[in-house]
Design a protein around this ligand. Structure first.
Ligand SMILES: [Zn+2]
Length: 238
């Protein structure tokens, strides 16, 4: 592990040498490499998570460029996961970045996440998040939900059987009114950064914060302490 690379991060008392070593030993699986996912992948690679798999079957479109700091016009038409692998591996050769050009389905998800220490949500739809949630709870893998809509973003770290799960909070999340989700260009980077903070905290054994809601336009953060639903079909007792 390159000592100098992380020197300033190791100085953070919550991380230290031990924490940095821990991060280097972890395997993160990022599902979705678009606006949110590309920004999250960028941060996690730089912060030194040892292994990162980035899964996305989609290609980069011109309309993606306003909300990511990783892709350029030269990447248009190329697979998101494979571009992220190439670009981010060159940022940090101390970690392993693997791009996987695949659509995540109920049939392949378990084989894709089986060796994850944490799953990171870079998706843009509720059904896929519910699928991630179900399998993450089943296999006791923590995961960090993140979503953006117009000028509002949400993040929640989910610890199986310890915190509320995504199914417990789904009624709190408004369903998108259109298929093309409106989003302010700077919002995914903001929300991705908060998501990565939660990822780091989980990997270093710190308790997550609850459901965080950030409203850009009114400049306010809210944290909702959502309790587990004892009747939840995914994380409930029955
Ligand atoms: Zn639940």
């Amino acid at each position: 592990m390159g000592k100098d690379r992380y020197r300033r991060q190791i100085l953070v008392k919550e991380v230290g040498q031990k924490g940095q070593k821990t991060l280097a030993s972890k395997h993160a699986i990022l599902i979705g490499g678009g606006g949110l996912g590309s920004n999250s992948a960028n941060l996690l690679v730089r912060m030194g998570i040892g292994h990162i798999d980035i899964i996305d079957y989609d290609t980069i479109d011109k309309t993606n460029l306003h909300r990511t700091s990783v892709f350029s016009e030269q990447d248009i038409g190329k697979n998101k996961a494979l571009v992220l692998e190439k670009r981010l591996q060159s940022v940090n050769t101390d970690v392993q970045v693997k791009g996987i050009n695949k659509k995540v389905t109920s049939k392949n998800i378990e084989s894709l996440i089986h060796n994850a220490d944490v799953i990171i949500d870079g998706t843009d739809n509720i059904p896929l998040r519910l699928l991630i949630n179900e399998k993450a709870i089943k296999h006791k893998i923590p995961w960090v939900y993140a979503g953006v809509y117009e000028t509002v973003g949400m993040v929640m770290a989910i610890l199986p059987k310890k915190t509320a799960c995504f199914h417990c909070i789904t009624p709190t999340i408004p369903a998108p009114k259109t298929t093309e989700i409106p989003v302010l260009g700077s919002l995914p980077a903001t929300i991705a950064a908060i998501q990565c903070n939660e990822v780091i905290k989980i990997l270093l054994g710190k308790q997550p914060a609850g459901l965080l809601i950030y409203d850009v336009w009114n400049q306010c953060f809210d944290i909702l302490d959502i309790k587990r639903n004892p009747c939840c079909p995914i994380c409930g007792k029955k």
